[in-house]
Ligand binder design. Sequence first.
Ligand SMILES: C[S@@+](CC[C@H](N)C(=O)[O-])C[C@H]1O[C@@H](n2cnc3c(N)ncnc32)[C@H](O)[C@@H]1O
Length: 275
Amino acid sequence: MSANPLATAESWDLAAEDYAEFAPAITRPFSARALELAGLTPTSRIIDVAAGTGSLSLSAAGQVASVHAIDFSASMLARLRDGAGAAGFANVETVVADGQALPFEDDRFDAAFSMFGLMFFPDRAKGFAELYRVLRPGGVAVVSSWAPIADSPLMMKMFAACAAADPELQEPQPDFLGLENPEVFASEMLAVGFVGVTIQRHSTSLVFDSAGHLWDTMVLSSAAMQMVRRADGEKLWDERAKAMRDYLSANYRPNSPLSTTAFLGIAHKPRGSAE
Ligand SMILES: C[S@@+](CC[C@H](N)C(=O)[O-])C[C@H]1O[C@@H](n2cnc3c(N)ncnc32)[C@H](O)[C@@H]1O
C-alpha cells in the first residue's frame, strides 16, 4: 500500500461531492488546452484515466464519438455520470478501475488523457505504459501535472493560509524526481515508447469575488484538505479554517487574479508499432 493518502480511492471518495462543485473552476482551462492539443475529430474514441468528476470527459463528449472515463473512486465517477446525464451525453461510459492496470485490450483508443491523475500513481511508469498500450498506433496522449508551487501564486497564497493556521508547517520543497520536473516528465514518456514528446507549460488565472470564495474553491476541492479535516476532528478543524479564512481576508483583494501553472506532456504512439 502507498504511503501517499492521495493514492487511495478512499480520500477521493471523501472529496467527491465538493470536488464536483469547486474543482472545475481550476481544472477546466487545463482540460480545454489538453483537448486543443490532441486535435480530436468527431470519430475519435478517447479514454480519460483518473477522470474524477469529468472535467475533461464532459468537455470532450460533445466533440468525439465516445469517452471512456476511468477512475478508482466510484464516488468521483458517480458525479461524472450525473454531469453526463444532465448534459444529455449518451456516449460517456464510466469504469471503476486502477489506472495502472486498465481493463481494455491493446490499441483501442485514438487519444488517451490523464489530467492531474497519473501524477498520483505509486507506479507512474505503469500508468504511462498502460496509456501507451491502449492507444492505437499513431494515437495521441496528453497528461497534465502541476508545476512547482513556487510558479503558482494561487498555490503560494493557499500555502501561506495553511501556514497561518499551522506555523510549524514545512515549506514545500521542489520535487526534482516528479512530473513537476519537465525533464523527468519527458523521459518517463519516452521510456515507455512514446515519440514526439513535448512538455508544454500552461497557466491560467482565476479570480474570486471574496476571500471566502477563494477558501471554498481551494479547500473544499482538495482531497488532501479533506484528509486533514478528518484527522483534525471538528474543533481543531474549525480553528484551522478560521485562521486560514482570516489570513485570506487580510491578504486577498477580491477579484484580483491569481495564476496557477501546470505542465502538459503531449506524445504519440509510433505508427506501425505492434505490441
Ligand atoms: C485531482 S483529481 C483529477 C480529476 C480530473 N482528471 C480533473 O482534472 O479534474 C485526481 C483523480 O485521480 C484519481 N486517481 C488517483 N489514483 C488513481 C489510480 N491509481 N487509478 C485510477 N484513478 C486514480 C482520483 O480518484 C481522482 O479522481
